[in-house]
Design a protein around this ligand. Structure first.
Ligand SMILES: [Zn+2]
Length: 107
């Protein structure tokens, strides 16, 4: 079994996965090869991105939804779900979903 020679990666390359020659002829995995190739084959393989932009967007949406749910729960102390929906520009179904959900750090 081979290991990707890129210091930031070091993933093991399973049999059947593509191995590619990287800088100095080292064996690197296919994603690293593609990154290296796109970067113009520098002396070092560029490190992989922290996370994909799709994953980052998903986390961002999740955080926004959690913030809206928190706001809805606060408003629910005073207002009905219908009033909260009108106030926040959401559907009543969405508001009720927020009110049923528990805060993430509930004790
Ligand atoms: Zn790699």
């Amino acid at each position: 079994m081979h290991t990707c020679a890129s210091p930031a990666c070091r993933k093991s390359i399973q049999p059947g996965q593509r191995r590619r020659p990287g800088p100095d002829g080292q064996t690197i995995c296919n994603p690293c090869y593609i990154r290296w190739h796109k970067a113009g084959r520098p002396a070092d393989v560029p490190p992989p991105p922290e996370m994909s932009t799709g994953h980052a967007r998903g986390l961002q949406r999740h955080a926004e939804a959690a913030a809206r749910a928190e706001q809805a729960r606060t408003l629910a102390l005073v207002y009905s779900p219908e009033e909260i929906a009108a106030e926040m520009g959401l559907t009543v179904t969405t508001v009720n979903g927020y009110l049923r959900s528990r805060p993430e750090m509930a004790c």
